[in-house]
Design a protein around this ligand. Structure first.
Ligand SMILES: C[S@@+](CC[C@H](N)C(=O)[O-])C[C@H]1O[C@@H](n2cnc3c(N)ncnc32)[C@H](O)[C@@H]1O
Length: 281
């Protein structure tokens, strides 16, 4: 389906545009890596048996599908129709999931369509961090949770390893672009904890979860990264094919000089913020 939604220039990772662009590659290439963090989030949520869960900015259903396979009922929402298409396809291909176990909705995580005090757990994995109004995202998660239940929200710590080298290389090759110079949203655990407390969560704790991916070669790493990383997809779109190919070769050469032809390991360090909805709000 053609995507006609323009990116938001002030915050290009907000809104559906870039996520529509990469939805298929994200699903085919990144999902197993992201599942690792969702598994940890489900554990940290301390859920009751057969819980009802909210998965906000669900993408291709990374957390939802895993939870549904373990007996949860899930209401999942995302702003990107193409991500939701991937999710629907995955549900259809999972014979172990009864049709009423997962409800999938297109919408904005800053304004949830669900009633107060509905869910036994509420999650936003690497999604709320992109909302223009994060406070609204946190407030909505708290509103739809039952008192005493937990929300889990994840962010990336500033990247290290080959991915950080990619960002540095692009900044060198395109000095006029602000690329890679911004701060990782909620990359600092204290900032994550502060925003959760400000939204009214109690017993807030931020858990650091590390998971590395191993690539057989530098080529494999760079091919996968180019096709799945949202900021790179936007940059490629902006530069056009020819200019992007020049930049891509430059990044590849710099990476080869720094880390060799591989195999190589790409570390990912996430902050998982966990907070409890107080009983009396
Ligand atoms: C990095 S993906 C994460 C997907 C999934 N939660 C996971 O862990 O794999 C970010 C997702 O946030 C969604 N998103 C961004 N802004 C949103 C908003 N305002 N409301 C709902 N979803 C949003 C995107 O469409 C995308 O699917």
């Amino acid at each position: 389906m053609a995507d006609t939604t323009p990116p938001n220039p002030a915050n290009p990772l907000a809104g559906p545009h870039v996520w529509n662009l990469i939805s298929e590659n994200y699903t085919n290439g990144l999902l197993p890596f992201f599942e690792h963090f969702s598994r940890e989030a489900l554990r940290l949520a301390e859920l009751p048996p057969s819980p009802l869960l909210a998965d906000v900015a669900c993408g291709p259903g990374t957390l939802s599908l895993m939870a549904a396979l373990e007996g949860a009922r899930v209401k999942a929402l995302d702003v990107s129709p193409e991500m939701l298409e991937q999710f629907r396809r995955r549900v259809a291909e999972s014979p172990l999931i009864p049709p009423d176990r997962v409800e999938i909705l297109e919408g904005d995580g800053q304004n949830l369509p669900w009633k107060d005090e509905t869910f036994d757990g509420a999650f936003s994995m690497f999604g709320l961090i992109f909302f223009p109004d994060r406070a609204a995202g946190f407030k909505e998660l708290k509103r739809v949770l039952k008192p005493g239940r937990r929300a889990v929200v994840s962010s990336w710590a500033p990247r290290t390893g080959p991915f950080a080298l990619v960002l540095e290389s692009i900044a060198e090759l395109l000095p006029g672009y602000p690329f890679g110079k911004g701060k990782a949203p909620l990359g600092d655990p204290d900032e994550m904890a502060g925003e959760m407390r400000a939204a009214g969560f109690r017993d807030v704790a931020v858990h650091r979860v590390e998971h590395s991916e191993r690539f057989a070669s530098l080529d494999a790493f760079w091919k996968r990264t180019q096709s799945t990383a949202a900021p790179l997809a936007l940059l490629r779109e902006k530069l056009g094919r020819e200019e992007w190919e020049r930049v891509s070769r430059g990044v590849h050469d710099r990476l080869r000089d720094a880390v060799g032809e591989g195999p190589l390991e790409s570390p990912g360090l996430a902050n998982l913020g966990v907070g409890v909805k107080p009983s009396a709000t």
